[in-house]
Ligand binder design. Structure first.
Ligand SMILES: [Zn+2]
Length: 512
């Protein structure tokens, strides 16, 4: 265990780090040093401040360990404590907001987001050390590149932590993970600490919203816009007005909304919010398959994007026109039924929905509208346009906005399980069909994948070839998952149905 004197030196280094990386104001140094001495139960500061090479491992981690050793926090609460520590040396929301807008005015909005994003990493709100553990690769599929990430950044909770979490009283505050009331929240074993979160107030369509970064960073500068009010997700004409306002404020970012229905929506339907960031998602890079002209919206271009699922793409320099056109498409899609392709807009509840994504290229607004439907039936209890059950070993959860744009976030368990699948292909694990058929077998969910791979490759591959075969399988599964979400399949029948929606539903004329 470190002595108090050694810990006092690290506190000094933390203050020095905050001056360099977290905009700690010189005038607040004494105050913050005293706050840290109080947090760690240390009587007096140190005069020493040696240089360091890796801040996280040389200073932050040892300070948290010191707090655990001293009984100030416990092993299960390390991240909560670290967040509290970094929160103390991060500027207050008022100072962050003032600096953000001062930078935006002086050097442009990109400088402001660059600064806020750097701050969010430097105070470990965005835990890059964890995010860098993710396994990522790209695959060039038949309709363009997709990205695949095995998500190892969310630390797996051990059974002890899960048991402790269950005992925590539920206060109902903050109302959800997204509410603005999370800023500065100390957290507990059921709710992450957010003392390091800083949000920026923005006005979208005359309404108060907030911009923040996602702590998970599934892609570059993964940002979230959230409504000031805790109210359910909904996609209406107002959504387009807000998204279009957003890209006027932040033209270097895209912003989109999950569909507002279960199965096709995201994991949080209870708080109206959007996701955006740098324009790096695969769907944005693809061209158009068919272009259309509209008499009703003469200054808006309509097209079907050349993508795995069903995307209506609008573009125009006229913000008002593109807003009205997008609202028109939404209204028509919400009411569109084509039983020849199993699209039924409504039974006793609404099934058709849209995932809208807005971006700006120069002075042109581009609105991508991914057509979705969440209906289930007897043969498809998980959803007619949801990954088929044979693909659930790869992904069973709802396919939300990030995935429909071609970036797959796969569960961390797959790292271990896929390595286990490989062992069958190079003969280290004997293939036993009966054992895999047992539901209690940990590899049962992969039985179909293992059988298919063995049929194709046998069981005497080299480990390298086995790995490549498993990755090929996952790539193909991800493409199939995307295709499952297509309401109009990429075959003759599906595309004819898509053309009917464009021509009859939206009153458009195809361009040669
Ligand atoms: Zn909320």
């Amino acid at each position: 265990m470190m002595t108090d004197q050694q810990a006092a030196i690290k506190i000094n280094q933390l203050i020095a780090y905050a001056s360099r990386a977290l905009d700690l104001d010189e005038r607040d140094k004494v105050f913050k040093t005293n706050a840290l001495l109080d947090l760690f139960g240390i009587a007096a500061p140190s005069g020493e401040c040696p240089e360091w090479s890796d801040f996280q491992t040389e200073i932050a981690d040892p300070l948290v360990q010191y707090a655990v050793d001293k009984g100030i926090t416990d092993d299960a609460s390390r991240i909560l404590f670290e967040t509290r520590m970094f929160g103390l040396v991060t500027p207050l929301p008022s100072a962050v907001t003032d600096k953000f807008f001062a930078l935006a005015q002086k050097r442009g909005i990109k400088s402001a987001t660059d600064w806020l994003f750097a701050l969010s990493k430097a105070n470990d709100y965005v835990r890059m050390a964890d995010i860098n553990k993710n396994i990522k690769w790209e695959y060039n599929g038949k309709m363009g590149k997709i990205g695949i990430t095995i998500n190892l950044s969310k630390p797996e909770k051990d059974p002890k932590q899960i048991a402790l979490a269950k005992l925590q009283p539920k206060s109902g505050y903050p109302a959800c993970m997204l509410c603005e009331t999370n800023v500065g929240f100390a957290g507990n074993l059921n709710h992450p600490a957010r003392q390091t979160l800083r949000t920026i107030p923005i006005t979208l369509d005359g309404e108060q919203w907030w911009l923040q970064y996602s702590p998970y960073q599934y892609y570059e500068e993964h940002a979230i816009a959230l409504s000031d009010e805790h109210r359910p997700m909904s996609v209406t004409a107002k959504t387009f007005a807000r998204l279009l306002d957003f890209v006027d404020l932040f033209p270097h970012y895209f912003m989109g909304s999950n569909a507002a229905l279960p199965i096709v929506g995201g994991s949080i339907l209870t708080h109206d919010h959007y996701q955006g960031g740098l324009k790096v998602l695969p769907m944005m890079g693809v061209g158009n398959r068919v272009k259309y002209a509209s008499e009703r919206f003469a200054d808006v271009s309509f097209a079907v994007a050349d993508w795995y699922n069903s995307v209506v793409r609008l573009s125009s320099k006229n913000k008002g026109s593109v807003h009205d056109a997008a609202s028109f498409v939404l209204g028509k899609w919400n009411e569109w039924t084509d039983e020849s392709v199993s699209v039924i807009c409504r039974t006793d509840e609404q099934h058709n929905a849209i995932t809208p994504i807005v971006r700006k290229e120069g002075d042109v607004y581009i609105v991508d509208m991914i057509l979705r439907n969440n209906r289930t039936d007897k043969e498809h209890p998980y959803g007619i346009f949801h990954p088929e059950e044979r693909l659930h070993n790869i992904k069973k959860e709802g396919i939300g906005i990030i995935e429909v744009m071609g970036l797959f976030i796969l569960p961390g368990r797959l790292k271990k399980e896929l390595a286990q699948v490989e062992t069958y292909l190079y003969g280290a694990t004997a293939y036993d069909e009966k054992a895999l058929a047992d539901e209690n077998n940990a590899m049962h969910k992969h039985a179909g994948m293992i059988a298919a791979l063995i049929r194709k490759h046998g069981t005497s591959l080299t480990p390298d070839k086995a790995h490549a075969a498993v990755i090929d399988y996952v790539n193909d599964a991800c493409v199939q998952i995307l295709e499952c979400t297509a309401v109009f399949k990429n075959d003759e029948k599906g595309q004819a149905a898509f053309a009917r929606f464009m021509q009859d539903g939206l009153e458009l004329k195809p361009l040669a």
